[in-house]
Design a protein around this ligand. Structure first.
Ligand SMILES: [Zn+2]
Length: 391
């Protein structure tokens, strides 16, 4: 049994909790007048991130290797999975969708079937990983929109191929990001939606009409809105305004401090509102590694001491190097949100999108809650989990 006293992230009410392993046993308010430490930690649900590409040198595309500064080293998928899981948990992420980006059919199929075998091996892994996010390969091939997705493997939507990938994933592909302007994309969206899969628009150069057609077909999310775009766009007629204006589309945004300037984050928060927005860190395989130079994605990349991952010797980003806890801190600063509102975007909104149960602070409920230190002018730190998942 563990006893914890912390302030609820919405009300600031001090609570005393008793937890037994995975489960909350008791919750009670600490009575007024009881003397408490000035810097009680905050209590909030674990974050849920729909887009984690890997971390600490491990890519979800390549289950058998880990990247280091001196090159790749081989690793068993079980250990690779556990390393990513622990890295995510150390930053407050308790649920995530392992995300596989554009690659050959064989690479995607082998990766999905390997992770599926790992997930089946441990009963708690399915709670951590309620499904996979397939970001690609049905994306725009244009420079800018395609981002870091390799052009050689970008292709038109193919339902038969998708079904074979879904089979490799044991039916657990839960989200697909695609570009609706690709031939066959609208029919593909209809089939994915009918199969219960969340369809997101992303890495796209779509016309307004193609975006509207995708929404009519059931697309529900804009993946990392504001990134995966051309560097220059017509000021009025463009796919960013069209998606921002669409009340039927939610949006995920990357608030790592490098992917979007603060003013853009603020406008996206105001435009989408807290009801249609969520945070993602979009962590890349190099997220969480020490600063220095690495060779990844056939490119020399540099991780700065601040966690920025750039193409070495250029001003271009190569991927995300930070996690959801940093995004929470940033969105508070950039958009003037409260801690409660930012936690809403990082913990509750992704669960709502994915159709997962919302966390309840009540006896008998899962203890997938965390405590942390935070001050309005500071960062989230000292994250501790109430449960002992996966140990
Ligand atoms: Zn992307």
């Amino acid at each position: 049994m563990t006893r914890v006293i912390a302030r609820h992230y919405e009300t600031a009410q001090p609570l005393e909790l008793v937890v037994d392993g995975q489960t909350i046993v008791t919750v009670r308010e600490v009575a007024a007048g009881v003397s408490l430490a000035d810097d009680l930690p905050w209590l909030a649900p674990g974050f849920c991130d729909p887009q984690i590409n890997g971390a600490v040198g491990i890519s979800f595309l390549y289950p058998h290797r880990r990247m280091t500064q001196s090159g790749p080293v081989s690793m068993e998928p079980e250990e690779a999975w556990d390393r990513v899981l622990q890295a995510c948990r150390s930053h407050g992420i308790g649920i995530f969708l392992p995300t596989l980006i554009t690659a050959s059919f064989e690479t995607l199929q082998q990766a999905l079937s390997t992770w599926e075998r790992v997930c089946e091996s441990h009963s708690q892994y399915r709670q951590v990983c309620p499904g996979y996010h397939l970001e690609g390969p049905y994306l725009s091939p244009e420079d800018g929109p395609r981002g870091a997705h390799p052009r050689a493997h970008i292709r038109n939507p193919d339902w038969d191929e998708f079904q074979r990938l879904q089979e490799a994933a044991g039916g657990h592909i839960r989200m697909v990001t695609l570009a609706p302007e690709r031939p066959g994309a609208i029919t593909m969206i209809e089939k994915l939606v009918a199969a219960g899969i969340i369809v997101a628009i992303g890495h796209t150069a779509a016309s307004a009409e193609a975006i509207r057609a995708a929404v009519r077909a059931g697309a529900r999310l804009s993946t990392h809105l504001g990134n995966g775009c051309h560097a220059l766009l017509p000021r009025h007629e463009n796919y960013l305004w069209e998606q921002l204006a669409c009340d039927d589309l939610w949006a995920s945004i990357i608030c790592d401090g490098f992917h979007l300037p603060p003013a853009v984050v603020k406008c996206l928060v105001r435009g989408k509102t807290l009801d249609r927005l969520l945070l993602t860190c979009d962590a890349s395989s190099l997220a969480g590694l020490p600063p220095g130079r690495y060779r990844e994605w056939d490119t020399d990349v540099e991780i700065s001491p601040e966690g920025r991952i750039g193409v070495a010797g250029t001003p271009f980003l190569a991927g995300s190097g930070l996690f959801t806890d940093t995004c929470v801190t940033n969105v508070i600063r950039y958009a003037g949100l409260t801690l409660s509102q930012a936690i809403h975007l990082a913990a509750l909104q992704p669960r709502r999108l994915l159709g997962l149960p919302l966390p309840e602070l009540a006896p008998g409920r899962p203890a997938d809650w965390l405590t942390f230190r935070w001050h309005p002018d500071g960062v989230i730190q000292d994250i501790q989990w109430l449960n002992a998942c996966c140990t």
